[in-house]
Design a protein around this ligand. Structure first.
Ligand code: GSY
Length: 160
């Protein structure tokens, strides 16, 4: 039976936009993709900002099969685990599957930290606002901002 599922994608190494787009192109059962959000890194050493998004699937794959999809996409991006929580070309996490929970040593769904992270909740809110906790506080604008690579830089003499 096909169920709704959400994966979270993030990149802060190399060509971040290409890493996300390449992964999205190859994710099976894809339905929708959120906007790309530029986000301040959470945890780990000092590192550059991430580009994050969330994708929605309609899938009959299990949580474990979706984890395999995530790992394949990370391998394709030649992710190297140099440092725990450190910069990475691609991170793909299983966030949520309607009606399914799993709690195993290498896979916990719903993702245990998804409700604490603005870089997950802001893109997820575009696709499934009903999943966002009511007490979620809008993030500060220096934590998460909409990615718009072609935007004109703000001119110094324009009123803000
Ligand atoms: O858990 C995903 C990897 N990750 C991220 C991320 O994707 N975005 C931001 N902003 N910070 C992060 N810290 C880690 S670890």
């Amino acid at each position: 039976m096909r169920r709704r599922a959400f994966l979270g994608l993030g990149s802060n190494l190399g060509d971040r936009e290409t890493h996300l787009n390449d992964a999205i192109e190859r994710i099976p059962d894809l339905v929708r993709v959120s906007s790309f959000w530029e986000t301040a890194p959470v945890g780990g050493p000092e590192q550059g900002p991430f580009l994050n998004c969330v994708v929605q699937l309609a899938t009959d794959r299990t949580a474990r099969q979706l984890l395999a999809v995530c790992r394949e996409r990370e391998e394709y991006a030649e992710r190297v685990r140099v440092e725990r929580w450190g910069p990475r070309s691609l991170d793909v996490d299983v966030l949520w599957i309607d009606g399914e929970t799993i709690d195993e040593y290498d896979l916990v769904v719903p993702h245990p930290r998804m409700f604490d992270r603005a870089f997950v909740l802001v893109p997820l809110a575009e696709l499934a606002p009903e999943l966002i906790p009511k007490d979620f506080v809008t993030p500060r604008t220096d934590e998460v901002w909409l990615y718009s690579p072609n935007a004109e830089p703000e001119s110094a003499d324009e009123p803000s």
